[in-house]
Design a protein around this ligand. Structure first.
Ligand code: NAD
Ligand code: DAU
Length: 358
């Protein structure tokens, strides 16, 4: 099986490529290498004879058209996106450009190429679009978890751009018969996640003696899933689902942000105790809330469990343990990231007075 993966140098895309190569699949990775795209994430894939890389933008139609003709994939899996909600609040433009326009462009070129395939090739081809639970909006504490039937109610520039992409994908199936699939997943964590995101930020700030910023009062809830479980679910949908389907993927692991902060600091206290014997939780600090901060996400993943028997295999404890151990063992990776544009982002986001005592 030959797969064109987009955004494969990012957090989830790189985990997916490593998994696919280990299954003997051939992968062409198209990545523009934005601030979040890191070729080092695929260091171990680079020497595989089944791995190819193309540097470029999913919105570049000439490039995408050429790659499709040349590589002739059995599937396109679209991870490429701008992904950080806080950045979408500062500047929504790249989110519209990549997530909405870029995905629509990728669909148009895929359709143009797909139309000329043989009937058998057209039927077996899949376009799988990786999306998010954020398109469904925000839940209150006692509302039922999001199902595949939940209405779209995006509330941030990020989730609005992902919702637009989902609508394009669905429309290409309904209008042109392109065999598309969509997965909407909850919050991922694991190795190689860019440290602007909550869990790696906690781990890294704790180890570097910095404060652990908790937005608002820390009661916002997310449903956490270990990245390898997500990749397993994506592979399942890609290889077993009927075209036109959409699947929710989640960890059945709802935690408040404060719960997560205590889980991470508690585990760090065991794995790498602070030199002064105190708990890393002393570094927790409340900061000004994110504008429009969605209160709660929760995924009902019953459909993928019922249709294919998929369920997560990592508990939060085992997933956090593996994640923290990875960051401890890979300080070179972190050094590269922190010496690049992450520094500018961190300074922009946290250096201004944001903590209560500033
Ligand atoms: P990430 O930010 O770590 O990586 C994104 C990757 O896309 C980078 O390698 C970047 O260089 C690449 N990219 C960005 N714009 C591009 C463009 N125009 N053309 C080609 N490549 C481009 O993202 P992630 O956290 O790995 O998320 C991957 C996908 O999964 C996204 O579509 C995201 O919306 C979705 N998702 C993420 C989560 C999560 O918790 N991280 C949860 C659900 C869904
Ligand atoms: O739900 C899936 C989504 O999860 C993905 O689609 C997004 O791409 C991904 O970024 C993630 O979005 P969140 O906004 O939920 O993730 P983030 O890591 O930014 O924040 C998680 C929670 O932690 C959220 O409630 C905000 C809070 N937070 C975050 C940061 C960075 C803090 O309290 N402090 C922080 O410093």
């Amino acid at each position: 099986m030959k797969i064109l993966v987009t955004g494969g140098c990012g957090f989830i895309g790189s985990a997916f490529i490593l998994q696919q190569l280990s299954l003997g699949r051939t992968v062409l990775n198209l990545d523009v290498l934005s601030y979040a795209g890191n070729p080092e994430n695929l260091y171990s894939a680079a020497c595989s004879p089944n791995y190819y890389f193309a540097h470029g933008d999913i919105g570049d139609r000439v490039l995408v058209s050429g790659l499709l003709q040349e590589f002739c994939p059995d599937a396109v899996v679209n991870f490429a996106a701008e992904t950080h909600v806080d950045r979408s609040i500062v500047d929504p433009t790249p989110f519209f450009k990549t997530n909405a326009y870029g995905t629509a462009s990728l669909l148009i070129e895929t359709l143009n190429w797909w139309k000329n395939l043989s009937k058998a090739q057209r039927e077996s081809f899949r376009f799988l679009h990786i999306s998010t639970d954020e398109v469904f909006g925000s839940l209150s504490g006692d509302e039922a978890a999001f199902s595949e039937e939940s209405p779209y109610r995006p509330r941030s520039p990020y989730s609005a751009s992902k919702a637009a992409a989902d609508f394009y994908v669905r429309s290409f199936h309904e209008t042109y018969g392109l065999p598309t699939l969509i997965t909407n997943c909850s919050n991922n964590y694991g190795p190689r996640q860019y440290p602007e995101k909550f869990i790696p930020l906690l781990v890294i700030n704790a180890l570097q003696g910095k404060r652990l910023p908790i937005y608002g009062n820390g009661t916002n809830i997310r449903d956490w899933l270990y990245v390898e479980d997500h990749c397993q679910a994506i592979d399942t949908v890609l290889t077993r689902s009927r075209p036109g389907e959409t699947y929710n993927i989640g960890g059945n692991c709802e935690k408040s942000n404060l719960d997560i902060a205590y889980a991470v600091t508690g585990m760090l206290d065991e794995i790498k105790p602070r030199a002064d014997g105190k708990s890393y939780s002393d570094q927790i600090a409340f900061v000004k809330d994110r504008p429009g901060h969605d209160f709660r996400y929760a995924i009902n993943a019953e459909k993928i469990r019922r249709d294919f028997g998929w369920k997560p295999t990592h508990s939060l404890a085992s997933g956090l343990h593996d994640t923290i151990s990875w960051y401890l063992a890979n300080d070179g990776w972190l050094e590269t990231i922190q010496s690049r544009s992450y520094k500018d982002w961190y300074e922009l986001n946290y250096a201004e007075p944001r903590f209560e005592d500033e």
